[in-house]
Design a protein around this ligand. Structure first.
Ligand SMILES: [Zn+2]
Length: 90
């Protein structure tokens, strides 16, 4: 699993991938996210080919979604939502 520093780098690469995808619509989507996929492979040794799957790994990392506003709680152990202040039912 990624730590927060690695997560920051990976989300930056993900954002770059989306920019790239907008610029180069003819390029296969996996090529636009090549940097992210390579980075992920370096970190985990796992050859992920789907950038969406990597995003889901981040969602796992940032904790479950708030029941009230749907934003992630950030951590698995958070007691309230940083976005709307909803108290989490533990
Ligand atoms: Zn919330």
């Amino acid at each position: 699993m990624l730590d927060s520093e690695e997560g920051k780098i990976a989300s930056k690469l993900l954002a770059e991938g989306f920019q790239e995808a907008r610029r180069q619509i003819k390029t296969p989507i996996s090529e636009n996210f090549r940097k992210l996929l390579d980075y992920y492979k370096d970190l985990t040794g796992y050859e992920e080919t789907n950038h969406n799957a990597i995003m889901h790994h981040f969602i796992d990392m940032y904790g479950p979604d708030c029941e009230n506003c749907g934003k992630p709680y950030r951590t698995e152990t958070a007691t309230f939502c940083p976005k709307c202040g909803n108290k989490r039912q533990l």
